[in-house]
Design a protein around this ligand. Structure first.
Ligand SMILES: *[C@@H]1O[C@H](CO)[C@@H](O)[C@H](O)[C@H]1NC(C)=O
Length: 313
């Protein structure tokens, strides 16, 4: 019953793509009642999709930050792991989710938008209200209706992958998003398949893509390891420019680089690192942690990123 309704809604959204594009952040999700940690499975356009719901609903919404930063153009589009602070508390546990429900479809839009705080490396843009509702999984058909998308291309991987997404800042505007134990979004990309993500404007965050059979690796402080895919879409602290890069900084600093490769590409710009820190192309390694602007830097406007999982060159 819900599934049918949802399909109708998805169809309506696709048909009304201009509206969706113009008012994406105002569209309301329809799954607030779904519990955090529920494994959600749906058949959409004939394809089985599974993801873990970490969208806790409005009861988990953070208090809106009071301060609003004045916009200023920055050269460093993506604040990298070089500025990694210590977390306010050291969380080393990994997320486990076991509750299983069958639900309908992906969220049909973003939640609300948080007010930005800070500038430069301490800038925190939009983390979504509720927290994490700025990063959602969408159907292939809906990719063209969103301004900022990430296509997770698993055609090169031969086992199921998990892709965990974090916001750069936590719900208190601290630069600790990559210590998260509850992720804004976890997507399972089955071997050989492709999944699609939309990110709301003024969002900064990252992801790692690793075999689903593993726990998410972490350093001694709890930071997520792996080759990070970093993104910064329509940054209000940077004249609405977007940026992206692949980074091995956190992995190298932890002395662990045996991770699957990752390539990110948009508008003809590539940032990539091959498996086990093989070839590095326009991507961050520890030696370049202090250099700004590595990766893609794109002027204001829509960005359709493709991320190739398990990139081996
Ligand atoms: C950035 O985008 C916002 C929202 O669309 C818009 O109001 C603002 O004028 C833009 N700023 C620049 C510098 O383009």
């Amino acid at each position: 019953m819900q599934f049918k309704n949802s399909l109708l809604l998805l169809t309506a959204l696709t048909a009304g793509s201009a509206v969706a594009r113009a008012h994406g952040h105002e569209r309301r999700h329809q799954h607030q009642a779904r519990a955090v940690g529920d494994v959600v499975t749906a058949v959409i356009d004939g394809k089985v999709a599974t993801w873990v719901n970490t969208y806790g609903g409005p009861t988990q919404a953070p208090a809106a930050p009071a301060a609003t930063a004045a916009p200023a153009v920055q050269n460093d589009v993506v604040a990298d792991a070089s500025v990694t602070p210590l977390p306010t508390s050291t969380a080393v546990t990994t997320t486990t989710t076991s509750a299983t429900t069958t639900s309908t479809a992906f969220p049909t839009g973003f939640g609300g938008q948080t007010q930005p705080t800070g500038t430069g490396d301490t800038f925190c843009g939009n983390q979504g209200i509720p927290y994490g509702s700025n990063i959602i999984q969408i159907t292939e058909d809906d990719v063209s209706t969103y301004d900022y998308t990430i296509t997770l291309d698993g055609s090169a991987v031969t086992e199921d992958y998990q892709v965990v997404f974090w916001n750069k800042c936590d719900s208190n505007d601290q630069l600790t998003g990559w210590y998260a134990t509850t992720f804004p979004l976890t997507v399972t990309v089955s071997a050989g398949s492709t999944s699609y993500i939309a990110v709301d404007t003024n969002s900064q965050g990252g992801f790692v893509a690793l075999p689903a059979s593993q726990d998410i690796p972490r350093n001694s402080l709890g930071s997520i390891l792996g080759f990070w895919g970093e993104f910064d879409f329509a940054d209000s602290n940077n004249a609405n420019w977007s940026g992206f890069d692949v980074s091995a900084i956190q992995a190298q600093n932890a002395g662990q680089t045996d991770f699957p490769g990752l390539k990110m590409e948009a508008n003809g710009v590539v940032s990539s690192i091959t498996t086990n820190l093989g070839a590095v192309d326009n991507a961050y390694t520890a030696d370049e942690a202090a250099i700004g602007g590595i990766g893609g830097n794109l002027p204001s406007g829509p960005v359709a990123l493709t991320a190739t999982l398990g990139f081996s060159g």
